[in-house]
Every structure is written in structure tokens, then in C-alpha cells.
Write a protein that binds this ligand. Sequence first.
Ligand code: GLA
Length: 409
Amino acid sequence: MTSPTTPAPAPVWLPAWEAADGAARVRALFTATFDAEPAGTFSAPGRVNLIGEHTDYNGGLALPIAIEHRTWAAVSLREDSRVRLVSAQGQGVWECDLDEVAPGTVQGWGAYLAGVAWALRQSGRTVPGFEVAVDSCVPFGAGLSSSAALEASLAIGLDSLLGLGLGGDDEGRVVLAAACVRAENEIAGAATGGMDQAASLRARDGFALALDCLDSSVHHEPFAPEGCELLVIDTRAPHSLNDGQYASRRATCDAAAEALGVPTLRHWLDAAEGGVDGAVAAADAVLTDDVARRRVRHVLTEIDRTRRAHVAMRAGDWGAFGVLMDASHTSLRDDYEVTVPELDVAVEAARAAGALGARMTGGGFGGSSIALVPAGTSAAVADAVVAAYADHGFGAPAFLTSRAAGPAA
Ligand code: GLA
């Protein structure tokens, strides 16, 4: 505990880079590393999920926005099948032969990029080797989809340089997003559900992406909350989606759906009588394990909350939206058990400082919380979070704000 006389440190803010700055950085890194000019520079955003967490791999609904923080990639194609990658955040050049990439053959950050090319090949496209330099202002391991931004920046780059014609419309971007998901699931070994790649490739500037993961359909909902702003709190608590916890949540849901005799938990919700309460009660009657019951209760109620949050968003009812954010966090904390104390304290401090609603965003187990706060109060809410972290003896968090930004380009 700090004494009342110890002032809390000033909040650390993570600004998004200007587009010209991001492009210049990767051009310079490319030239310095590969001694040539890149054929093109591309970028893709991280995301904040406003609500609808751990629903994507259950055929559910999610409501993310792309953020202004992006990953840049300078890319050139090669005539052979070599892949050579350099990152401003890494050390040295990461190399492999694309012909040898297969599940289980490559490790490290380069797997996310080599995996995209591998997946495009798997979908029947001819993809040669390439050189890439990347740099990013999406904080790593912050639950803001730095890996999807990395994948999408190359996917859109290969699409453009190879003339695949996929980036020009949403139908093509669905194909690019699917390649990024395969890269992450099969080559990088993280069993994630696809929401992040959809947000990075299919979002629209100024809109939230209402994503239906049952059929991958999207609806673009204007998102510029009047009288409010979105504050993102990067807890800086360690976060990883391939350490088994995420996969174990997913496995529990898959097993529950099988026990309930449905392809996904979304099917169970939609078929149940008596709405979400009826669906939860009916699942409780079939499932014998208390943990499975709580996991399923989270998924069913979260899909229902996301549906209602979309309605509140459309009506501009930010008070109602905030209440649903709060309920989402409680469910993720108590039923799905994916929060950590740093996420909970950020949410509680933000609410106490006037947020309309606050919740963790992304996979959890570390990462970021978000708060919908009255316009002009982000700095004061950040001060309150910093003070609460100091009181709890946590390391300093970092903060960012974002509007709903545009997709990979
Ligand atoms: C991570 C995964 C997503 C999704 C969220 C939880 O961000 O990458 O697919 O499952 O967790 O909603």
C-alpha cells in the first residue's frame, strides 16, 4: 500500500502513429535490412471488442471496432520460396523456406506471417517467398490483437502484390481473414476463434463490426458514442493465448455442445424456449459438471447481452450499453474465470471514477480492460486507475484511446 503522501505516478499514454510515420519506419527498416526498396507498404489495425467475449468459437455474436493503432509491413516478393522477416520489436532476421512450412514446423513470431502465406497456398493461390519488415504501435500481449494485425498486414500486402483481387470487397476479405485464422490456429498454434482477424480486415472507419460468427456475416453499425469516449487500459499483466487456458475454455464449450446434442452453443440458445433464461435452465438440466454449467451460462448470456448491446448502440442508449458491459465483465470473472486481479481492479476503478460501463476485452488472463467514460474524462479516469494500481502494488498500466478506425489497407 502506498502512504497517502506518496503521489501516484503519471499515466503512460500510448498514442497511435500517423500513417506516414508508420510507413516511413518500415520502409527504413526494410532498406536497412534487405538493402533494397520494398515493393509496397501495408498496414492493419488492432481491435477492441466492445462486447461479445468468448462467443466467436461458439457460433455467437461479437461487437468489435478496429482501433487507430496499427501494424505496418513493408513487403517485397521473391522469385524463390525463401521467407525473410525483420521486426523493429525483434532481434535479427527470421528465416524459413515456405515450401517446408506445415503445422508444427516453425516457431516464433515469424510463424504468424509464414502461416498466412502457407494458408493462402492451401486455398489454391500461388504464393512465392517474400521479404517483410514490420513495426507496430499496437501494444504486444495487450489483448488488442497484435497477432491479427500482423497477419492481416501481410495478407493484404500479398493480396495486393500478387493481384489476388481479394482485398477489394468484403467477400474477398472473408477469404483473407480465413487464411489469417488458419495461420494462427494451425501454424502458430493458438486455437483462437476468428473475431480478431474479422475486425482487422472487415471493419469500417467510424463503425463497429456486428459480427455473427455462425455464418461470418457482418453488419456495420455507426459507432461515435455521443457524450462518451472509449478508454483502453493495458494492464501490462502477462497475457498469452497459447498457454493452454484459452484452449481449455474452448474444449469445455465444444464438449458441452456435444453433450447438448447441438453443433454450437449458439444453436442451443436459438432453439431454446423461454429465451436466454430458458436456455440456461435447460442446459443446467443436462450438464452434470458445475464448471461446464458456468462456462455455458457465460456463453449463452454473453450472446444475449451482445444482441441487446447492439440494440442499445443503434438507439444511442450508452447508459444501457454500459450496464451490459458491466454484466459482461462479471460473467467473465465469475462464470468464465478468465480475468486476473489487474483486469478487475481497472474495471472497478474506472467505474468508481465515473465510467458508464467497463469490462475486460479480448481473451483475458491479462491484457486490457476498456471503459466507456463521459467525454473529456479519460485523463481523470486514467489517474484513478493508476492510483488504484499503486494501492494494490501492481506494476504501472498504460492507456490509449481510439475511435472506430478503418481496416487493413
Ligand atoms: C481472443 C481470440 C478471439 C476471441 C477472444 C475472446 O482475442 O483471438 O478469437 O475468442 O479472445 O472473445
